[in-house]
Design a protein around this ligand. Structure first.
Ligand code: MN
Length: 224
């Protein structure tokens, strides 16, 4: 009897672990930690409703498909062959998980020397880079993202994608490993900034986590 119970329990656990259920990582700061730049209500709705829905819908969309056993990276890099629901929600999940980490309440974080040098060499100056990525975000018609990524040859580039697409997807023109993503969906800023997306894009620099962007830069280069 006891053995049967154990066997039944094992079967339940095995069934659970057979599925790659994607999950949100906890937000690394309080909802109100970025006040002044990103308000608490926006953060709470963004994390607990919008981002939570992407992961729930991703799990639903891949249930019973081979993608259940894939990593998020594998899903994104082969997304052209998958359904719009997988594309939108896998992108949504990846993009937000990255976004939370590149923001921080810690003031005046700085890029590593290596990243600062690469930014200056690629874009002319830090200000020129900020202008370029802000413009990419401001010019994105409708919803989407502005990115700083590392391409196949290890070079930095700025791009923008629509909806929840990102540079890891095989469907996008400019492919690479994103190290900084800025959400320019209205849900990311509308409560505080209304239609003034440019003001939100300016304020993001006050809460940017350059330490994390630098870490992601090193990681992207190490995979070349
Ligand atoms: Mn968002």
């Amino acid at each position: 009897m006891k053995i049967l119970k154990v066997a039944a329990l094992s079967a339940v656990f095995a069934a659970q672990f057979a599925f790659a259920q994607f999950k949100q990582t906890p937000l690394p700061y309080a909802y109100n930690a970025l006040e002044g730049s990103v308000d608490a209500q926006t953060m709470e709705i963004h994390y607990s409703k919008h981002a939570a829905a992407y992961v729930a819908n991703l799990n639903k969309a891949i249930a019973g498909t081979p993608q259940e056993k894939q990593t998020l990276f594998q899903i994104l890099s082969g997304v052209s062959k998958l359904t719009p629901a997988v594309r939108n929600n896998a992108g949504g999940h990846y993009n937000h998980e990255l976004f939370w980490t590149v923001l921080t309440p810690v003031k005046n974080t700085q890029p590593s020397e290596k990243l600062a040098k690469a930014i200056t060499e690629t874009f002319g100056s830090m200000d020129a880079f900020k202008e370029k990525i802000s413009k990419a975000g401001a010019d994105r018609f409708g919803s989407g993202w502005a990115w700083l990524s590392v391409d196949k040859s290890g070079k930095l580039f700025v791009s923008s994608t629509a909806n929840q697409d990102n540079p890891l997807m095989d469907v996008v023109e400019e492919k690479g490993t994103p190290i900084l993503g800025i959400d320019v969906w209205e849900h990311a800023y509308y409560l505080k900034y209304q239609n003034k997306r440019a003001d939100y894009l300016n304020a993001i620099w006050n809460v940017l986590n350059w330490k994390e962007v630098s870490r992601r830069y090193d990681e992207a280069l190490s995979k070349k």
